[in-house]
Design a protein around this ligand. Sequence first.
Ligand code: ADP
Length: 473
Amino acid sequence: MFIVHVAAELAPIAKVGGLGDVVYGLSKEHLRNGHQVEIILPKYDCIHCEFLHELKIEIPDLKISSGNVAIWSADLAGLRIKLVESLAGGKCFSREKIYGFSDDVERFLLLSESALVYLSQIKQLPDVIHVHDWHTAILPALQKKEKKLKEIKSVLTLHNLQHQGICDPALLKKLKYESPQPANLLKMGIISADAVTTVSPSYEKEIKTPLGGFGLEETLLKNQNKLTGILNGIDAEIWNPEKDPMLFQRYTSASIESTLNGKAANREHLRQLLGLEKSAQPLVACITRLVSQKGPELIKYSLLKTLTKGAQFVLLGAAGPKEIFNDFQDLKSKLSKNQNCSIQFDQNEALAHLIYAAADLFIIPSLFEPCGLTQLIAMRYGTIPVARKTGGLADTVFDIDTSNTPFNERNGFTFDFPDNAGIDWALDRALNCYANDREKWQKLIAQATAHDFTWKQSAEAYLKIYSKTRDIR
Ligand code: ADP
């Protein structure tokens, strides 16, 4: 099959969060299984070109309604990449970061239109166009109006319902698209795509309710026949403690001794790196974007509670909204002399890898979580998740004491409600288990690392959906 993804992110060259990991991991798995995969994304200035090979201009001057773009081509670990460079004024993608600008809608409309015009010019048409989140959700609607492309099937994946690309319909006029006021790009995608997927079975249920649907629950209910929840995986080559070049000491999860020794060596190294004191106490970690979805109040509470209990805490937080960031900055200054805690404000891939390997516990108190990758990565590295039971977290983290799943599949600590009592209930049990029940602790590590985090099954589920759309007339 020939699959074309059009997306705002792609790991490792342009990643903000899970979206980038998912587009990369799914594409790699399809490539491994003999499919042809191409990914179209913006040529951001901040792109990590060092991962690309054979980067060259393929089309120097492609005309679209808002000016001209250039299409670059490159190879990323066997994947074919097309990068859209905006040649018009306004420096659409020549900025220091990927999102967060007042003209984000215009920027991603430019990406979507460029992809459409590019695809209508190439010789070999894809079997399926797979778009992701609001950024490219308009494509299925536009594509249906293009004579040459209208037979191609389209799939939209919803990675997060919170952001929908709500905008003035005037912005769509250039694309000859009429929309009621206000336009909602994600909604247009849900209505127009041949199939809609989201990133976990639980989230698929949650988004059809007022609590999880962010106003799109009715649209999703009306379109539920074409909606499926498929769990994300993680890329087994990038996230592999046996081969990870970013670790201080590599280890294999095939042996508990190797895992325990490897983690201890990485922990010691991380402590030195971050100026934490030597300690026999466990290390609790959190790697996250600092946004409301991730439960910042509960992250703070977990950090302070961990310190009260005598354990250590590392937070690697990518800055989000100012109020939340300022709050954590205050906390950091208050704790500046505390050598049991380190707060790093950074988007730092190398440090993230080391923390996943070094930590004992990993806290994820999300208010909602479509799938979540950090719990999967943590488990892969033998780090036990303490997670709120919501969305994909509920589908992948099973409480060692209370879950209904068979004992040998239980892999962490969970809590139902996103409040301090929830954290108390789960974190107390986790720290107690670490301190007082080594046998249970080691079982937990073995069961967490044995969790199937791969893309294998999910990539097959996507292929089934691609094939099913081909039967739609
Ligand atoms: P989201 O997409 O909502 O941010 P996910 O759990 O789906 O959450 O994916 C998060 C991805 O981003 C993981 O690969 C995680 O390691 C990475 N990540 C999150 N915050 C940081 C950070 N501050 N530095 C480096 N990587 C981060």
